[in-house]
Design a protein around this ligand. Structure first.
Ligand SMILES: [Zn+2]
Ligand SMILES: [Zn+2]
Length: 253
């Protein structure tokens, strides 16, 4: 598997750290997790053809995680000399179908009935099996409905993505012995905000879950102070490999 961090930031505009989005390639499948504002351009820059996307998984419907969903559908629908026949599958937490209906009301019928097959499914504590991989979801502690995801290939390699979350048992469970845990770490300790993690909590989750590699992302500015705290605090609690995500970071699993 190959992970590409397309956006390591949050909803605050930054030239270096764009809104959250992660591409995970399993064999020849390209799976997108979240698509914050700027994701389509990030994909272009990463050399990924958006027309090849098969599945997009949403952790929750805060705009920093899904602002490029409607633009993605519009691009797939209107690209000149391109007629998509392959179905597109969109997955999200509870409430995601209702969110899609609201997007349809706002932008038009084509959002839910474009000129290619589109399937929308809510995932709640479920595991879905595809031919080459499986995806498990568990609710996180953030908005009304938010999911974390665990992607596992046929060789047993696993990647977990938290989306946004506060400290909770489900992320520890989901990330149990994972090869890579991509975990949010929004603020330094002095700015602890409900619904998000600070470095000590992220380290505790990594330690408890026994993940092999911890990749921290979803940083709020100012970044320098947060990065310093991450480097100082995390290795005192968690013994595995620590990576501070940046845009276009690639990790092979
Ligand atoms: Zn967010
Ligand atoms: Zn959020």
């Amino acid at each position: 598997m190959e992970i590409t961090i397309l956006g390591s930031g949050c909803g605050i505009p930054s030239l270096d750290r764009r809104a959250p989005s992660i591409l995970i390639c399993v064999k020849n499948h390209q799976l997108l997790f979240d698509s914050g504002s700027g994701t389509l351009v990030r994909l272009l820059k990463a050399g990924i053809n958006y027309t090849n996307l098969e599945q997009v998984f949403y952790t929750h419907t805060h705009s920093d995680h899904c602002a490029d969903l409607v633009p993605l559908l519009q691009a797939l629908w209107t690209t000149p000399d391109f007629k998509r026949t392959a179905p597109m599958y969109l997955y999200g937490p509870l409430g995601f179908s209702d969110f899609m209906e609201k997007m349809e009301h706002a932008f038009g019928e084509w959002v839910t009935t474009p000129n290619f097959p589109l399937f929308v499914q809510e995932l709640h504590q479920t595991e879905i099996a595809f031919s080459d991989f499986s995806v498990q979801s568990l609710p996180m502690k953030h908005s009304d409905f938010s999911n974390g995801y665990r992607i596992e290939n046929k060789l047993g390699k696993s990647v977990v993505y938290s989306g946004d979350t506060d400290y909770n048992e489900n992320i520890i469970k989901l990330a149990r012995d994972a090869d890579v845990l991509v975990l949010e770490c929004s603020f330094p300790g002095e700015r602890k905000t409900a619904g998000h993690l600070v470095p000590t909590e992220a380290a505790e989750i990594a330690k408890q879950s026994n993940c092999k590699k911890l990749v921290l992302t979803h940083f709020y500015p100012p970044y320098e102070k947060l990065e310093k705290e991450i480097i100082n605090v995390i290795p005192k609690i968690y013994n595995g490999e620590l990576v501070i995500a940046y845009d276009f970071l690639k990790i092979i699993v």
